[in-house]
Design a binder for this molecule. Sequence first.
Ligand code: HEC
Length: 100
Amino acid sequence: MSRTIAAALLAVTVVAAAQAADDKGEVIARRWCASCHLVAADQTRASTQAPPFSAIAKKPGFDASKVALFLLLPHPKMPDMNLSRAEAAELAAYIKKQGR
Ligand code: HEC
């Protein structure tokens, strides 16, 4: 196999892995967060108190690693969802994408 083909195959694998991770964040968001937050552009109803993910991502100073940390700490207005570190990171990455 030529080096170019090997490199191309590797690139495809890496991108596919990243997309799978994004999907995971979306699955968790739709399952655990959508009752209060607007988590995606196609969602029409949510609680009026919780900010939409797109608005969170557009806040000045938004930082995915801070959001991931925030999600691991208990906070009064949100139920403790017992997220793993990996899940919190995937959610934060997903929220970041909603700001585009
Ligand atoms: C029971 C309702 C509820 C659920 C479920 C919920 N949230 Fe929230 N969330 C809120 C409310 C209300 C706020 C606003 C808190 C405040 O104003 O102090 C908030 C705030 C946040 C913030 C901080 C926004 C900011 O700019 O400070 C983030 C990030 C967040 N939620 C992410 C999530 C994620 C991710 C999930 C799912 C794993 C989730 N929330 C599930 C109600 C909820």
